[in-house]
Design a protein around this ligand. Sequence first.
Ligand SMILES: CC(C)(COP(=O)(O)OP(=O)(O)OC[C@H]1O[C@@H](n2cnc3c(N)ncnc32)[C@H](O)[C@@H]1OP(=O)(O)O)[C@@H](O)C(=O)NCCC(=O)NCCS
Length: 188
Amino acid sequence: MIATLLPLMPWRAAVAAAIQAQCFNVTWEPSSMARILAMPGTFGWLAMRQCDQDHDAVQPIGLIVGRSILGETEILVMGVIPQARRLGLGCLLLKTLQRMTTGKKIFLEVAIDNVAALALYRKLGFKQVGRRLNYYQRVDGTNVDALILQSLDVSPHDGCDVDACAAAAEEMPLSQRGCQRRGENGAS
Ligand SMILES: CC(C)(COP(=O)(O)OP(=O)(O)OC[C@H]1O[C@@H](n2cnc3c(N)ncnc32)[C@H](O)[C@@H]1OP(=O)(O)O)[C@@H](O)C(=O)NCCC(=O)NCCS
């Protein structure tokens, strides 16, 4: 298999922070990411892709981080690098989290103008349960509302086919830039 998910442990915080920096304008320092990953109940995965020419090299291409407390899971971060989007990886990461938290409520906050993320969450069964006014501040100083979305014990087969997503990820034509040898920077 070419695209794989690695458990996101605190010692992989630098890789996670680097992916996050490619996905968002506001990023966390590796030390902040490490602190979050070390919090009780926090878990996640890194999506890694095997490089086309050198199968011993892998490239981190996405991440998801959640935190479970008292029967509820909050998604803290999810992103896929721009070059690897629309290939099913976001779906794969979110479905994996849903599978691992069956029976628990999952909730998250998303900017009201984040078309891609809203489409993905709705496809996987999330519904709006609240709204926070002017919750996010953009780099230009404007504010946008956040929607609070929640999914309740969604069937693992709803919304997307995890195996098809993984197969699509295998075929993604990414450049070799950004590939690491296995074992470097926390990737193993
Ligand atoms: C949101 C994000 C994680 C989606 O990742 P992805 O790997 O591209 O998503 P997928 O390929 O799994 O897409 C699954 C479905 O989501 C929807 N979707 C994804 N991107 C979309 C877009 N740009 N426009 C409309 N729908 C979109 C589609 O329904 C898609 O299914 P389809 O391709 O069969 O039509 C990615 O765009 C991203 O990292 N964005 C920046 C970070 C971010 O906003 N994170 C979420 C914060 S709450």
